[in-house]
Design a protein around this ligand. Structure first.
Ligand code: PBG
Length: 332
């Protein structure tokens, strides 16, 4: 074994051969994004007559009904795969009544957008009480002041039904209440919407990366969501949440946030046989925009790299505040 002559010549490994020209690099690229991989979140704010830029998310707006329609049409022209709609009501109350009012702000948004874009893209409603409750929690509170899980899932399921009635193509429950997907599935089926899919926010961590979103929806939350969203240090808990959502009837699963949780995206993608979405959340957006505004990062390159990394980790669907803009600039 030790008798190799010192003159034995092995070819030097040269992986750089595949990087020599742009055409070789393009041919050897494994991961590519298509506009239909991207979902654009959009916000409709009740009672404003001009769109309002969200101060911690430059370039993202609270829309008027009119500007929402325009933003939806632009997203469709850019070819995005879906739109995720959020409503911001003027009035909040302990039960989040606006969430289940057929004329509530999110139902208005869904009706307008579906009328505007028809079936040209997938229109998704976020099912969560947090924008509508005066305490800012994602469910309703029990007498002890804690979120009452089982009362909350009834409200969430009613919310899903009014969204389906308003024309939502997909329902996306994000409240992290136990049993929410199953209860929503049962009520959707009973209300005549067995064909409406559910995109579970299945593995959703209690993350400080949601900070700017709380500005976006004028959240009134004082505390935190650690009693229902997941512990950032945990991995296996995500598989448990994903398995439960699938058992309850989820058609898609989601990991959120995306960038700091790419290990979870990869794990979930290898674990399930349904499409996997990842949510590049508000803080991920704001960090890059802020650094780019200071001239510290090349904005366009970094955004594309961040999106490609989420795709590479195994998400075929990426929810991103950059969806419309970057759908138009993906390499053809
Ligand atoms: C709940 C919801 C949140 C986000 C999406 N849906 C906020 C939360 O759970 O606190 C966060 C999205 C983001 O940060 O971009 N309505």
């Amino acid at each position: 074994m030790s008798s190799h002559s010192s003159s034995a010549q092995f070819p030097v490994a040269r992986p750089r051969r595949l990087r020599r020209t742009p055409a070789l690099r393009r041919l050897a690229t494994e991961t590519r994004l298509h506009p239909s991989n991207l979902i654009q979140p959009l916000f409709l704010r009740e009672g404003i007559d001009q769109p309002r830029e969200i101060s911690s998310m430059p370039g993202v707006y609270q829309h008027t009904r009119e500007s929402l329609r325009k933003a939806a049409a632009e997203a469709v022209s850019a070819g995005v795969g879906g739109l995720l709609l959020f409503g911001i009501p003027i009035d909040k109350d302990p039960l989040g009544l606006g969430a289940t009012d057929p004329d509530g702000i999110l139902q208005v948004a869904l009706r307008d957008v579906v009328e505007e874009v028809g079936d040209a893209t997938v229109v998704i409603g976020d099912v969560n009480l947090d924008e509508y409750t005066d305490h800012g929690h994602t469910g309703v509170l029990g007498p002890d002041g804690d979120v009452d899980n089982d009362a909350s899932i009834e409200r969430l399921a009613d919310m899903a039904v009014v969204q389906a009635e308003a024309g939502a193509h997909v329902i996306a429950p994000s409240a992290m209440m136990d049993g929410q997907v199953g209860r929503i599935r049962a009520k959707l089926d009973a209300a005549g919407f067995p064909h409406v899919p559910i995109m579970g926010y299945s593995a959703k961590y209690a993350s400080a990366f949601y900070g700017p979103f709380r500005d976006a929806v004028e959240s009134s939350l004082k505390g935190n969501r650690r009693a229902y969203q997941q512990v950032p240090g945990n991995i296996r808990e995500s598989l448990r949440e994903v398995d439960l959502d699938l058992a309850e009837g989820a058609d898609f699963v989601m990991v959120k946030p995306a960038g700091a949780y790419l290990d979870i995206v990869r794990l979930v993608a290898e674990h399930v046989d349904v499409p996997v979405a990842a949510y590049q959340v508000s803080g991920e957006y704001s960090m890059i925009e802020a650094a780019a505004a200071k001239g510290w990062l090349d904005r366009d390159q970094v955004v594309l790299e961040s999106l490609n990394s989420i795709r590479r980790a195994g998400a075929s669907i990426i929810i991103s505040y950059w969806a419309t803009e970057f759908a138009t600039r993906l390499e053809r």
